[in-house]
Design a protein around this ligand. Structure first.
Ligand SMILES: [Zn+2]
Length: 405
């Protein structure tokens, strides 16, 4: 007999997390290590204990619920912090479904060879403290504990101080127990599954991300009296960057995307040639070498604009992550679990960052996606049909069973 999850309990728990500090427009606001986040943590720890998990907290505040069994655990999990105006499901789904898997196995008397573990990672969203995906990054050894604890919010308080204040500064060293595999169930936060009316995705890789801020300095002058040949127009250069990078991405094809999401012009007046433009450039690709090609195209354009337009352009990297390729064995386990349930599954790339990408540094990892209606997330309108949540949790359960023996 294969175990069946208690979906009612799962939906109720997702609702209980969402109800904490819910804003008037329905948005969830549990910024990392605020009182609201602490409230959510306390609830989730109670559920972990109900599920028979042994709860430990590490030095960066990650909460780990560990089940019975021998050897390295098969771990699942996600985060329960939200952005300032978030939805019910981002993060919460993966945590609640993971606890539900553990509780179902216990209630139905199913013992796995390896332990099942459920993780709640600290500060995934990175809104209040930077960097994002912090808890999983520290767990995977990619950021020192000291740096994480010293990260300061806008109001001046450090992450370490907030952990102390809220009682989540744990005594366990980060990175233990080291799992033998990691799985994360998450909403897609993009439109692909919804657009194709599909209920399930297995994430094979994540895009690498390159963020730059360019400051273009030209010369302000009269819009009427300055001949076109004598201009050093920062606004024009900004426009060239927008159109050129779009053409680069279209020409490269494949997974390459390019976005200029922010342009600020100074002095920003109708009859004055802009003396300064501040431009953001967001480049992403699943291939590191292709991403570098796009970055080089941007550099070549900067050099050309400086030469031909007589402007000065300074460029600052705001973020840079390499693409992550998930483990083919775990991808296969997810796909096999889905096929066994008669569910078609789409292999796909994640356009958003997740704790799983950090865990991929230390153990075989992959992710399960369920659709987001309209591709909307980080928004109170975020929605996934209950049956899709149930399908995702069922595939999580079946995959955990395959991996844990
Ligand atoms: Zn998330």
């Amino acid at each position: 007999m294969s175990p069946t999850l208690n979906f009612e309990r799962m939906h109720t728990r997702i609702g209980a997390l969402a109800a904490i500090n819910r804003l008037e427009d329905g948005a969830c606001c549990r910024l990392a290590l605020t009182d609201a986040d602490a409230h959510g943590r306390t609830l989730a720890i109670g559920w972990m204990r109900d599920a028979g998990l042994n709860v430990i907290i590490d030095a960066v505040g990650n909460i780990l619920g560990i089940g019975a069994g021998e050897g390295a655990p098969v771990m699942t999990g996600s985060h329960i912090d939200t952005v300032a105006s978030g939805g019910e499901l981002d993060g919460a789904l993966g945590v609640v479904a993971g606890i539900e898997v553990a509780q179902t196995l216990r209630e139905q008397g199913i013992r796995t060879k390896r332990p099942i573990a459920v993780a709640i990672f600290t500060n995934e969203e990175g809104v209040r403290f930077q960097p994002d995906m912090m808890g999983s990054l520290v767990f995977a050894g990619g950021l020192s504990l000291h740096e994480a604890l010293s990260s300061r919010a806008h109001d001046g308080v450090s992450l370490g101080e907030e952990l102390q204040r809220l009682g989540f500064a744990g005594d366990r060293p980060c990175g233990t127990p080291r799992p033998c595999a990691f799985l994360e169930l998450h909403i897609e936060q993009g439109p692909i599954l919804d657009r194709h009316a599909e209920s399930l995705g297995v994430v094979t890789d994540l895009q690498g991300i390159s963020w730059r801020e360019l400051v273009i300095d030209g010369v302000s002058n009269h819009a009427g009296t300055t001949p076109m040949s004598m201009r050093h127009d920062a606004g024009y250069c900004a426009a060239r960057i927008v159109t050129h990078m779009r053409n680069v991405a279209r020409h490269m094809g494949g997974a390459q995307v390019a976005t200029v999401g922010s342009i600020r012009l100074l002095p920003n007046l109708i009859n004055v040639i802009a003396r300064r433009a501040i431009v953001s450039v967001d480049l992403r690709n699943t291939s590191e070498s292709r991403l570098r090609e796009a970055e080089q195209a941007l550099e070549a354009l900067i050099a050309e604009l400086q030469r031909t337009e007589g402007v000065r352009i300074s460029s600052r990297q705001l973020a840079r992550t390499e693409p992550v390729v998930f483990d083919e064995g775990v991808i296969e386990a997810i796909s096999a679990a889905a096929v066994n349930l008669g569910l078609p599954v789409r292999r796909m790339t994640s356009g958003a960052g997740h704790d799983a990408q950090m865990m991929a540094r230390i153990c075989p990892t992959a992710m399960i996606f369920v659709p987001s209606r309209g591709g909307i997330s980080h928004n109170p309108q975020e929605y996934t049909e209950p049956r899709h949540l149930e399908i995702g949790a069922t595939v999580l359960l079946q995959t955990m069973l395959r991996l844990a023996g």
